[in-house]
Design a binder for this molecule. Structure first.
Ligand code: PSU
Ligand code: MN
Length: 316
């Protein structure tokens, strides 16, 4: 395998057979994160989701590579058993950039966040990644300094991330400002507004709107040709028929945020806490919307990876 030839990166990657074959044959691959599995959704909905996302990617002409850290190894592509482990074990940590060296050195297991997954995808030479929502600048960050490491990673690691925007548990306006400062392109897919995860609109405009996977692939290609280091946010709104009522979800998010404050939940615990609270308070409706938007993102990411692959082969 190509990665193992690089002596500065000793063989820490376990690439599944499906993924390594795809890479050898020059077929498109889409990375998937595991924090959404281990800390974003309850068991067993999370396993069902993880498997369905993989099949959607295959149906759309690409190969899925779910990424996680298992017992000190970087896994690129998980077996059914490994997915089950990530979905159900209580010993799974949450790994962003700062956590990875410790998890590897101590042979621990961790789900990778958007930042963590981008790092591992880049190590494996995977250019496109599908998830639900990215982390961002939290509300009240001027006091707490809570800004997800996802945003820094988007500035320095060359992976395009397809998401349904960011939840309004975050400060979406500040998240967009931060991305601008860090030089991260934000593309609205078929929209002029940055989507707010459960809803299609946030009131915050995106810089650029593109309407086809081919156009997105062209931008990724231009970024490569320019030799730019960073990634990209592709913001794909939840399909209209699955989106939640804005007033309804805003009220629930406010209540969840108040509860987190009362319970003094902070740091890496806050996102999983809020997700679980919101799910309970919406009686599962948020989970249903979450599933649908992830499937929608998987489809767009697969089509984009497919198109990018074509363009790269045509250029070669
Ligand atoms: N948003 C979601 N579901 C998730 C996450 C975000 O709707 O599961 C996860 C992603 O893995 C993201 C991480 O990278 O939370 C951000 O966490 P933090 O704010 O601690 O960086
Ligand atoms: Mn945080």
């Amino acid at each position: 395998m190509e990665q193992t030839k690089n002596t500065s990166k000793p063989n820490m990657l376990d690439i599944s057979e499906e993924v390594s074959e795809a890479k050898e044959e020059g077929r498109p691959v889409v990375a998937l994160e595991s924090t959404i599995i281990s800390h974003g959704m309850p068991y067993p909905d999370n396993v069902v989701m993880a498997k369905k996302v993989e099949s959607i990617i295959r149906e759309n002409g690409a190969v899925p590579a779910t990424i996680a850290l298992i017992k000190g190894r970087i896994k690129i592509g998980l077996t059914g058993k490994e997915l089950e482990y990530m979905a159900s074990s209580k010993e799974i940590l949450k790994a962003s950039r700062r956590d990875i060296p410790v998890v590897i050195a101590k042979n621990l297991s961790a789900a990778t966040t958007v930042a963590g997954t981008m790092i591992c995808a880049a190590l494996a030479g995977i250019r496109v990644f599908a998830t639900g929502g990215i982390g961002g600048v939290h509300r009240g960050a001027e006091k707490t300094f809570d800004i997800s490491a996802d945003l820094q990673e988007l500035a320095k690691t060359k992976v395009a991330v397809v998401s349904a925007g960011a939840k309004s548990i975050l400060d979406i306006k500040l998240t967009m400002e931060y991305l601008e400062t860090m030089g991260v392109p934000v593309i609205g897919y078929g929209t002029d507004e940055f989507p707010a995860f459960y809803t299609r609109k946030s009131g915050i405009p995106v810089n650029y709107r593109l309407d086809t996977p081919e156009d997105i692939a062209e931008v990724i290609l231009a970024q490569d040709r320019l030799g730019f280091k960073g990634g990209m946010v592709i913001a794909n709104p939840i399909p209209e028929k699955y989106s939640l009522d804005k007033a309804f979800i805003d009220r629930i998010i406010d209540d969840a945020l108040k509860k987190a404050e009362t319970k003094k939940i902070t740091g890496k615990e806050i996102t999983p806490f809020l997700l679980a609270e919101i799910k309970d308070m919406t009686e599962g409706r948020s989970l249903e919307a979450n599933l649908k938007l992830v499937y929608n993102n998987a489809e767009l990411a697969a089509k984009t990876a497919y198109s990018l692959n074509r363009k790269l082969q045509d250029a070669a």
